[in-house]
Design a binder for this molecule. Structure first.
Ligand code: VGL
Ligand code: ZN
Length: 208
């Protein structure tokens, strides 16, 4: 069986100046490019996810008539209300300009359904619909994932927990992750939760 590098949501809106900018997010682009280089040496597949919302998405505070960064409920699921971000085809949804995009073997888009948010690269938040990711990984005999990206406490966390649940081996490249931290410890707690569920923490030097 084979391994893949999964780069989660390295998009402009999560980086400096973006609509949902994550603190120090731009620092992970160099980590991603270095990881791409090292993983390609080992002939691993390189996968990226893209948060890809229609402009009427239900997670946008403005569409819910609420304030960004507060929480509520969207169609029966608890929901953080976000600023408008990663709207399909808009510059904010594009990959960071410095990311080595030509190395990507597969791109998974998520969050297209207005009625439900979608943090994991595998399923929406209600586990109602699957993305093409699992099918693609199976078709390519991949059962080990190296995961990094944005944001630690949302899309990275739910992607890793779903992957472990589905039987993938997961290594988390911690230096390539940054979090939203609505509460100051959210990212640290997310990392502990991922470890407790079976994720191993690795560093770039272990990929060399
Ligand atoms: C994300 C909040 C809203 C993420 C996506 O990529 O972690 N966070 N949409
Ligand atoms: Zn989103």
């Amino acid at each position: 069986m084979k391994s893949a590098l999964m780069l989660v949501d390295l998009q402009n809106d999560f980086c400096h100046g973006g609509a949902l900018a994550v603190h120090d997010a731009d620092a992970v682009i160099n980590v991603a490019n270095r990881a791409i280089e090292l993983c390609k040496v080992h002939e691993m597949a390189i996968i990226a996810t893209q948060d890809w919302h229609p402009d009427d998405h239900g997670s946008f505070a403005v569409n819910a008539g609420t304030e960004p960064w507060t929480t509520g409920e969207l169609n029966g699921l608890s929901q953080v209300w976000w600023p408008v971000h990663c709207v399909q085809e808009q510059p904010g949804a594009a990959f960071h300009p410095q990311l080595e995009k030509q190395s990507l073997d597969f791109v998974v888009r998520k969050g297209q359904n207005s009625g439900i948010d979608s943090y994991s690269a595998f399923f929406d938040n209600g586990h109602r619909a699957a993305t093409p990711l699992h099918h693609w990984l199976k078709g390519n005999q991949i059962n080990r994932l190296i995961v990094m990206g944005l944001a630690t406490d949302y899309c990275v966390k739910f992607t890793v927990l779903d992957a472990l649940d589905m039987g993938y081996q997961v290594a988390l490249l911690e230096e390539g992750c940054r979090g939203v931290n609505l509460s100051p410890n959210d990212s640290q707690q997310a990392i502990e939760q991922m470890q407790q569920a079976g994720a191993r923490l690795i560093t770039l030097s272990e990929l060399a």
